[in-house]
Design a protein around this ligand. Structure first.
Ligand code: ZN
Length: 449
């Protein structure tokens, strides 16, 4: 009985990247006939830079195939608990898969087989509904390649649907060219009507630093118009935000989450900035979050003036005159100059109130936070399980979905993630089920008419 209660959460995956979904055994299988011919230079060089030792992938694959032993291969691919916290190390290990993908794409002209194996693994694992997302290795400057990559990926996903397994696709738009690439997605849908039921949304992922949500305003406006015009193929937006944000103040990181929701995203990925305690956040590095660009500070002041009443209701004191004076002073500063503001206990307390304000606002809007415990601990700079933002999220009213993010490279399943939450939140299955509900209620594309 207790097992079945959490089945909806354990079988519906809303936050997963195709590229990070390949498990070591599938990678071994994909490289079986090819490992001696694959160009491993990207993996070898970056692994050496990140870990200080030069790996020999050919020997790793040969040994794994000859002895049926995955341990050494996994040690060089899986980004585990011991690696924690360094994105360069994560990328270095991930590059092993990227070298295999590139070989399949370039030398063999086939990306479909990789995705088929990713999906087959998740089906075997017991997943029943999955929304895959993927970033193309191209943007609008290689328009045909961009369209073709997503068309092929969507087709494999489309063909994987069976009565007991549903898969959908969210196309990841590069943060530096959302509108341009969105037009290409529309072209893809025009040319492939049969893929419309599969392509249900759009996603923003990868490095967020340097790409404020405000930069996607024109894209969201256009999307809203198109969705109204053609509700039968309306696209929803999932948006990674507040995941890694050392380039700015805690206030700005909270604001980014708020802005992404107000712009129209229906689900937000991670939002660590809304749930990690500010005192823990600033203790992560010397002078963490004390510097940000003048541009961000100006945007924050404007936000504080705009939301003054809401902030004051939450107990954040807003000195409008002082903020307007600061705005005047900053008018002559170069916008890309760093500005320093240290933290005092009262400022940290205010950040907590701002987090509450935005969590409440997300609840009002019905926006979902997708939280990925293992990913946040290993690459999201969450210091330990007790500090994980999920505790704040669970205590709030915000809609919440749990995802595995890159399960292949983390070597964990969605069920592991749900059990992690149960264990660390101290909730029995019934209580956790009551809090989470069925994540299928949060799927993209469900309001199409
Ligand atoms: Zn993600």
């Amino acid at each position: 009985m207790t097992e079945t209660l959490l089945q909806p959460a354990k079988t519906c995956e809303l936050h997963i990247h195709m590229g990070g979904g390949v498990f070591a055994e599938d990678l071994l299988d994909l490289a079986r006939e090819h490992y001696e011919y694959i160009d491993w230079s990207l993996y070898i060089d970056q692994f050496e830079q990140a870990y200080g030792q030069r790996p020999d992938p050919v020997a790793l694959f040969r040994d794994a195939l000859e002895h049926g032993q995955l341990d050494a291969l996994k040690e060089h691919y899986v980004y585990g608990d011991r690696d924690r916290g360094d994105f360069a190390q994560f990328q270095a290990k991930f590059n092993m898969a990227i070298c295999v993908y590139r070989h399949w794409w370039s030398a063999l002209g086939d990306q479909d087989e990789i995705w088929r194996r990713v999906i087959a693994h998740h089906r075997r694992e017991g997943l029943r509904y999955v929304e895959y997302r993927s970033m193309a290795p191209y943007d609008h400057t290689q328009a045909d390649a961009f369209v073709q990559f997503h068309q092929r990926t969507a087709r494999v996903i489309h063909e994987s649907n069976t009565p007991d397994f549903e898969a959908r696709y969210l196309i990841s738009l590069p943060r530096w060219a959302p509108l341009e690439c969105y037009h290409l997605v529309q072209r893809l849908l025009d040319e492939n009507e049969g893929l419309v039921p599969t392509i249900v949304g759009l996603d923003f992922c990868h490095f967020e630093e340097g790409y404020p949500p405000a930069g996607t305003r024109a894209f969201f406006q256009r999307l809203r118009c198109d969705n109204e015009l053609r509700p039968g193929r309306a696209l929803d937006v999932a948006y990674h935000v507040g995941e890694v944000y050392f380039d700015k103040s805690l206030e700005s990181a909270v604001r980014w989450c708020h802005e992404a929701a107000e712009l129209g995203a229906i689900r937000l990925g991670h939002c660590t900035a809304l749930g990690l305690d500010p005192a823990a956040a600033v203790a992560r590095r010397p002078q963490a979050h004390e510097l940000e660009l003048v541009d961000e500070r100006v945007a924050q002041i404007r936000y504080d003036l705009r939301y003054r009443n809401d902030l004051e209701r939450c107990g954040v004191a807003i000195d409008a005159r002082a903020l307007e004076r600061e705005l005047d002073n900053l008018a002559d500063w170069p916008r890309d100059e760093p500005i320093h503001r240290a933290y005092a206990p009262e400022r940290l307390a205010d950040v907590r109130r701002r987090q509450d304000l935005v969590l409440n606002r997300l609840s009002e809007l019905g926006v979902v936070i997708e939280t990925c415990p293992t990913s946040n601990l290993r690459i999201g700079a969450v210091p330990d399980p007790q500090a994980h933002p999920i505790h704040r999220f669970l205590a709030s009213d915000v809609r919440l979905a749990i995802g595995a993010d890159d399960p292949g490279i983390f070597d964990c399943t969605l069920a592991d993630e749900i059990e992690w939450v149960q264990r660390h939140a101290g909730l029995d299955p019934a209580a956790l089920h009551n809090r989470l509900g069925d994540p299928r209620h949060y799927r993209c594309g469900q309001h199409r008419t």
